[in-house]
Design a binder for this molecule. Sequence first.
Ligand code: NAD
Length: 467
Amino acid sequence: MPASQLSREAGSRGEFVPVLDPATGEAFDEAPGLRPDDLDAVVDRAHEAWRGWRADPAARTGALLAAADAVEAAGGDLAPLLTREQGKPLSESYAEIARTAARLRYFAELAPESLPITDGRPVHSEIRWRPLGPVAAIVPWNFPLQLASAKFAPALAAGNTMVLKPSPFTPLATRLLGAVMSAALPDGVLTIVTGREPLGARLASHPGFRHVTFTGSVPTGRAVAKGAAASLARVTLELGGNDAAILLEDVDVERIADRLFWAAFRNCGQVCMAVKRVYAPARLHSQVVEALAHRARTAVVGPGLDPGSELGPVSNAPQLARVERCTARAMAAGARAVAGGHRLDRPGYFFAPTVLVDVPPHSPVVTEEQFGPVLPVLPYGNLDEAVAAANGTAFGLGGSVWGTDLDRAEAVAGRLECGTAWINHHAELSLAQPFAGVKESGVGVAGGPWGFYGNLRPFVVHRPKEV
Ligand code: NAD
């Protein structure tokens, strides 16, 4: 179904919110804004749907597998729409869709296991697992479909229903995804609601949910946790990151340069676990800088719908302003851009891939999450200092260590205070692994069986062995 037709669907009594193409800065469509007062009816539907959905695990598996097939079949409609509203190259939109279908299939096949409790007492005790109820999910604009699926795939597979809100910057592909999946799912099992604030705040604090699961920035995560406290719903928060990559003395710079560059710049650096800071041994610093700057200067930047584009625009105007502000502050404090450092002189939200040197360590581009195509490369003399600097922010999502002695690299990786540490890679995730940030990067665990059980509650039955 064309996006415009979908966005004009009847049923919303609220405003229509324009959706901008970041490659032009102009509105190309609009999405309905659900009035927060209309949320009650949506939540009621999620409760009604829950009765049937929780009751039949085999039917759930079948429906989720059918939904995965439907998502895959709709790739040709979903991918260009996602690129249009988010900005990323078309191939990356297709990758998001493939990941969404794969995630549905992965969780559809998981089933909770009853566990006997053996503690020597003369009773038979057993843990069974029950779904929580309707879940509220709120997601950001950097991976709209993939992050939505990270919420709905485990939640629905566990027998919950969900009301999900995408970012107002990227509502269209998610609405289309919901429409595509609705052919396979009973009414009310997954409802996509779109609109501006205070819709998210009302969703987080609505008393009808038993779990509020959020992906986004740290300040909004705090607000969501406060909102959910009203009903004491379970809260899962997947928040920001400021991942460091530490290069060791024995690193083969030319061999890793491509991988390191794309770990920082893919999706224009708008990845929660992108490499956002590089620490290089002082002896290798200029070689590392030149290898990264060369790739930054030669990366093809253009509209995501152009087949040759490797990097699209920054996704929205506030995000572009943030990237410009962070970069300008660093440069005012003495940093130099060896590549980029400025907006591109063309319509849309394009920012030149930027590599910064001579960056003061307390500059916000180092200490905060700038979330854009900008990479500070910092020299270090002593490895302990590099590890301390890597761990020295409020974030703890991911980190990586790069070198040829893998045992040594792994020993250094073990010192990182984060949820996932890679060696000679960054941000490679398997559907089967847990994903959890530490410090301000998150609360709770997503991914793999751990994320599945995060959508269930234990229900314990005690039964005496004799009457
Ligand atoms: P954001 O926090 O501004 O918004 C996230 C979502 O929350 C959006 O849907 C937004 O409309 C909604 N929202 C805004 N105010 C709200 C409120 N008061 N109550 C409830 N919901 C509200 O984040 P963003 O700018 O959309 O996304 C970028 C952030 O997301 C970055 O910090 C990035 O690191 C983080 N992120 C984290 C992960 C992860 O898995 N840890 C993954 C992707 C992105």
